[in-house]
Write a protein that binds this ligand. Structure first.
Ligand code: FPP
Length: 252
């Protein structure tokens, strides 16, 4: 990257996003640019996961949500899926002691039951070991897609209406939010996508209604601390209006 070095002190620590969500894209292209196989890009991507988790935790960000494996990713070649699964389980096993030391709590979002048993065991062990942690909440989305999540929520709500415990008139936005896997997690303030594409790819569609979107061409394995700080500074320059006028926001 040719961008000038960023001074972390330029961040306004009183206006940090509470929740940052990241679509980590570009591992495959990073590998291809170096004549490596795609899995080497994913392995390098894990270093970015560790680095950015550490920085988010050090900065005092409360929630970091990572899109690690989408429902659609099951359609990738079996060998790549196997490598990714292995890498995810191995990373959690290896990083759990450091996560505990840094007070980071793991949460899992998605159809975890679809993952191979060994990976589920590794994830469950990581979740259990960090259960008491009170610092950064690290939400790892695995076999996750927003439409899957919203469909599930609708089924649960329909069931309640069918059994008479809920009437259609009682359905509010919170009725829906409460049935999503992000229940009790505030909506993302900032959604970052690396790798140059400008789309949301079935990620937190309901929750990102008012998130600030930040797209960068930097490939995920190259996304370093400076890149993250640059995204935070960009976020801090935005005016979040939530449908109001600029004048109203200033008065508030
Ligand atoms: C997208 O890049 C990346 C993924 C599908 C996998 C991301 C997963 C990791 C970095 C491992 C995460 C591990 C933990 C424990 C959270 P791509 O392969 O679509 O890249 P391309 O668009 O360049 O092909």
């Amino acid at each position: 990257m040719n961008d000038p070095k960023i001074n972390p002190d330029s961040i306004d620590m009183t206006r940090l996003p509470v929740h940052v969500a990241i679509i980590m894209d570009g591992n495959g292209r990073w590998a291809r640019q170096r004549s490596m196989v795609r899995s080497e890009g994913h392995a390098e991507g894990v270093n970015s996961v560790n680095r950015i988790t550490r920085l988010a935790s050090d900065l005092g960000i409360r929630y970091l949500t990572l899109y690690a494996f989408s429902t659609e990713n099951w359609k990738r070649p079996q060998a790549e899926v196997d490598t990714l699964m292995h890498l995810i389980g191995w990373t959690i096993r290896k990083e759990t002691p450091d996560l505990v030391k840094n007070n980071v709590k793991i949460h899992l979002l998605g159809e975890i039951e679809r993952l191979p048993e060994q990976v589920r065991n590794d994830l469950e062990a990581g979740r259990e070991a960090t259960r008491h942690c009170t610092g950064l909440n690290l939400n790892i989305c695995l076999s996750y897609s927003s439409r899957w999540e919203i469909t599930n929520a609708m089924r649960k709500i329909a069931e309640k209406v069918k059994t008479g415990t809920l009437s259609p008139e009682q359905i509010t936005e919170s009725t829906i939010s409460d049935e999503l896997s992000t229940v009790n997690i505030p909506d993302p303030d900032l959604l970052i996508r690396t790798g140059g594409e400008h789309r949301i790819s079935n990620f937190l569609l309901w929750q990102c209604a008012y998130s600030e979107l930040y797209f960068t061409p930097v490939l995920w394995p190259d996304f370093d601390n400076d890149c993250f700080i640059r995204a935070l500074l960009d976020y801090q320059n935005r005016e979040r209006r939530f449908g109001m006028t600029s004048d109203q926001v200033k008065q508030n």
